[in-house]
Design a protein. Structure first.
Length: 140
């Protein structure tokens, strides 16, 4: 493998959301790892189905969205309790769920202190990039 190819792989890895990668080519083995950053989300107001609903009927909260395409997991394994349930209080940095992509488990963390209002992801189902996974509300 040429050094230019290795440099290109490293640059692509740095820009991607993948946190670990291993490549083998003949007797050459490359292993790349990086810290998974926290997902930053902005608070959003989601209108209800009726366009004529007044503002008191709007559903508010902070949506935590999928940073990449993958499989949603609400627990570390099928025998484990879920990371969070509706009504749980969480602090910024708390692991809310996992999104598996290319056999790498990516932790999705709470961007704010709050309360879990809704778990939108379905365990074992595919999620799209930017798909809402969890909705957080302000801690009381």
């Amino acid at each position: 493998m040429k050094i230019e190819n290795i440099e290109q792989i490293i640059k692509l890895f740095e820009r991607s959301t993948v946190s670990k990668m291993e490549i083998e080519s003949g007797d050459l083995k490359i292993k790349l790892e990086k810290e998974v950053g926290e997902i930053s989300v902005a608070p959003r107001v989601i209108p209800t189905a009726s366009p004529l609903a007044d503002k008191s009927d709007a559903v508010s909260g902070t949506l935590v969205k999928a940073p990449l395409v993958g499989t949603f997991y609400g627990a570390a394994n099928p025998q484990s309790a879920p990371f969070v349930n509706v009504g749980d209080k969480v602090t910024a940095g708390t692991v809310l769920c996992l999104v598996e992509a290319m056999k790498v488990m990516n932790e999705i963390k709470a961007p704010i202190d709050g309360v879990v209002l809704e778990v939108l992801g379905k365990n074992g189902e595919m999620v799209a990039y930017d798909q809402p996974l969890i909705r957080l509300g302000e801690a009381l």
